[in-house]
Design a protein around this ligand. Sequence first.
Ligand SMILES: *Cc1c(COP(=O)(O)O)cnc(C)c1O
Length: 243
Amino acid sequence: MKPLETPLDRLADVRHRIAQAARDAGRQPEDVALVCVSKTFGADEIKPVIEAGQRIFGENRVQEAMEKWPELRRRYADLELHLIGPLQSNKAHDAVQFFDVIETVDRDKIAKALAEEIQKTGRHPRLYVQVNTGAEPQKAGVAPQEADAFIERCRRIHGLEISGLMCIPPLDDQASPHFALLNQIAKRNGVATLSMGMSADFELAIQLGATHVRVGSAIFGHRALPAQMEPSARTGSADIPKG
Ligand SMILES: *Cc1c(COP(=O)(O)O)cnc(C)c1O
């Protein structure tokens, strides 16, 4: 195999591994979507990846995405942007305006703010609930034992359509029980989309039912930018700048 020197080499490799993992699990490769996580990388680095056919991208901060993507969006009409970082209610307006998928719905205040913005704007981003499967106190997401009730409230009280679930397993845990738990919560709540698996474990996630894998560093390489952004990737920590 040739060395994986550029983002394009690595993108091709990741796509290949996704397809292989899907087939190994008795699934169709096209049933697993790659969300290419482009946070901290600039338009110049992203463009070749779009040119290579990638259309779905993930960003973890509303502000950063809104600075980076409008121009790319004018140029490439069929992009799909996912918000994968913690959302504050004062950013709900921008998030609804800007993203096609919001993966981090995790509390009533956010659900309510999103419902209001959806009403006002008529825009309907697809919504996933983030589940804090490891019940880590510093991490965003609804606690696993509260997930059923929260999904129900999103649907019944806030009038939101919840089409997916998302999780980020604890850094130092085996990921598989977390992926399996998210799959169970999805099944019993009639949720079809499972966003789970990152650079280190996306094949395992596919084995356990992921329909979307969020892969950043395995494509773009290591993120050099502000150290403060790293914790948000892994922990969704509450004490770092958001949005
Ligand atoms: C940064 C990030 C990813 C991608 O992580 P890699 O390990 O670089 O693939 C996935 N999901 C979320 C929520 C992130 O913040």
